[in-house]
Design a binder for this molecule. Structure first.
Ligand code: HEM
Ligand code: SF4
Ligand code: SF4
Length: 526
């Protein structure tokens, strides 16, 4: 599993980097797969409602009503039909990529099992909805799909009478059965939508809309495709003849040749095994994860920054229980917490300047505390020499820090870059522990903990609390969001940064420690 994840991760990283050259960072389709999935869902829904108006739900006229849309009203209903088809195909593509990418990024184990396990029925339902859609055209392909799938279903003793009998002869197929298919084609996506709602319950502010530019470009591409290559039907179904060669849709029906040729017991066995493996994957093997965030009420003022910054809905603010004047306190739900550390990075009491009291913030990661982080920073800084000493803070999902470490470059690993309170940058610069600070991690818009980079950028830009203090010269702080394959890019960025630090004597330096007031050496708030 680990090797598979590693290979896939490298593959995705490469594709993301290539697409990154073609699109602005926020438009990169590979970083918007879930949102694109929703977008295609809406296109399918709107186009589906439109073509339903023209669709004749009786088995005898279904084909001709679709032919009417395709040829007589090609300019609207025909385009809507094509949009319905191509958005459905695109949904399969983005859904499969999203599923493989979540696997590759190891975002399916531990407490993240919930999103994975709820994703599995969604995947099945999307396929079933698409397959049932092919029946409705009632052409040769529909006939083939109907016969193969009902014969396959009949292998399970769930229906009183074999449903494949409906397709034995032209007289056997009743419009009632056809209406049932239409009902299924509408009901299944609705059920999938309800499960999608559950799918997103454990992520905060899920990205369900692609950026407008990407949405418009994708829509224009779908319209272009619909005009150049409109969706067409095959010859009308004829139950008196066995369908010969039919053109398959390789998005929804790639397994049909297998269902047709292999023994039913084997195909059912394989399907059941695949589904069971998918559902069991979060525990194959279980994730050995760090302990969840822990609140220390003695140091918490109830400001709710940790609550606002948690990407996984793991923090709730509740009535204060310790009798202090503060109104609220955070509580962490360990079943939701992925131990990313973003909450500790957002807490105003994560202050490395504290010396008189312990460095014990309102919320901390028991396996990688702020006090340990400060010790680590000081230990690494003591080994740095040279005129341009750089302290690199990097996340576990980013470039290989060990490869950039040297006598002038010290490295501090974090679970996520969002775990770093900006006060630590201030600490490094104002205590002269290094001449510059480099922050690195995943690619932009691709943070493994969802918001680590976004929050960090906002904290550095001083638009999100806790922000980088004004006394820290921004020229001494750099970011390199280069992803796991970006070690050489980080190396290049570090060399350039070292040159700048060395060759810019006029660079506004940080306030020397001696000039800091005792209060600012021991602040309680950013
Ligand atoms: C139509 C199908 C699907 C749609 C529209 C969809 C949509 C989404 C969205 C919008 C998110 C939140 C992303 C974010 O804002 O960071 C998400 C998360 C997730 N999805 Fe899906 N999803 C679909 C199917 C699946 C499937 C089939 C799987 C795997 C079996 C899956 C696994 C996950 C996981 C594990 C996460 C959580 C990622 C994390 O922990 O950060 N999804 N999905
Ligand atoms: S460690 Fe991450 S998931 Fe857990 S409470 Fe903090 S911010 Fe939320
Ligand atoms: S950010 Fe810190 S001080 Fe604010 S509510 Fe959370 S734990 Fe308390």
């Amino acid at each position: 599993m680990m090797i598979a994840r590693h290979v896939l991760r490298s593959g995705f990283d490469l594709i993301e980097a290539l697409l990154g050259k073609l699109f602005p960072p926020s438009w990169n389709p590979m970083l918007n797969l879930g949102a694109l999935g929703f977008y295609f869902y809406w296109i399918i829904t709107v186009s589906g409602i439109y073509i339903y108006i023209f669709f004749d739900t009786g088995v005898h006229n279904a084909y001709s009503s679709i032919e009417y849309m395709t040829h007589d009203q090609w300019y609207l209903a025909g385009i809507m039909r094509s949009l319905h088809r191509y958005a459905s195909d695109a949904l399969i593509v983005v859904m499969m990529l999203h599923f493989v990418r979540e696997f590759a990024r190891d975002r399916y184990r531990g407490v993240r099992w919930f999103s994975w396990v709820t994703g599995t029925p969604i995947m099945v339902l999307v396929f079933v909805a698409g397959i049932s859609g092919y029946w409705l055209v009632w052409d040769r392909l529909a006939q083939y799909v109907a016969i193969v799938s009902t014969e396959w279903l009949d292998l399970l003793p769930i229906f009183g009478e074999p449903i494949a009998r409906n397709f034995l002869s032209p007289d056997a197929l009743e419009s009632r059965f056809f209406t049932l298919m239409i009902f299924m084609h509408i009901a299944i996506p609705l059920i999938a939508l309800a499960i999608l709602w559950m799918h997103l319950q454990r992520v905060t502010k899920p990205k369900i809309n692609p950026p407008r530019g990407l949405a418009l470009s994708v829509f224009a591409a779908l319209i272009g495709l619909s005009l150049v290559h409109p969706a067409l039907s095959q010859a009308p179904a004829d139950l008196a003849v066995v369908p010969g060669r039919v053109g398959l849709d390789w998005f929804y029906l790639p397994l049909f040749p297998l269902f047709e040729t292999l023994p039913g017991s084997l195909t059912w066995g394989m399907t059941a095994c695949l589904l069971l493996i998918m559902i069991a994957m979060p525990w194959l093997p279980p994730l050995k994860r760090a302990r969840p965030a822990a609140v220390d009420l003695a140091n918490c003022n109830g400001c709710a920054r940790c609550y606002n910054d948690c990407p996984y809905n793991a923090i709730a603010m509740v009535a204060r229980s310790d009798g202090t004047a503060f109104e609220r306190e955070p509580i962490v739900n360990p079943a939701y917490c992925v131990s990313c550390g973003l909450c500790a990075g957002s807490c105003p009491t994560s202050m490395p300047f504290r010396r008189l009291s312990d460095l014990s913030p309102g919320i901390d990661m028991p396996d990688h505390t702020m006090a340990q982080l400060r010790d680590q920073v000081e230990a690494v800084a003591s080994g740095l020499t040279g005129p341009a000493r750089i302290m690199v803070f990097g996340c576990d999902s980013g470039p290989a820090l060990a490869k950039v470490r040297s006598s002038t470059v010290g490295t501090i690993p974090l679970t996520c870059i969002g775990q770093l309170p900006p006060a630590f940058i201030d600490y490094v610069i104002s205590r002269d522990l290094a001449d510059g600070v480099m922050l690195t991690g995943c690619r932009e818009n691709s943070c493994n903990a969802r918001f680590g980079i976004e929050w960090t950028n906002q904290r550095l830009a001083r638009s999100r609390d806790p922000h980088l203090r004004n006394r820290v010269s921004r020229e001494r702080v750099r970011t390199a969001w280069v992803g796991p394959s970006g070690t050489s890019a980080l190396q290049v960025a570090l060399s350039a940064f070292a040159d700048e630090l060395q060759n810019a004597p006029a660079m506004a330096s940080s306030v020397p420690l001696a000039e800091l007031s005792p209060a600012s050496r021991e602040p309680v708030d950013a």
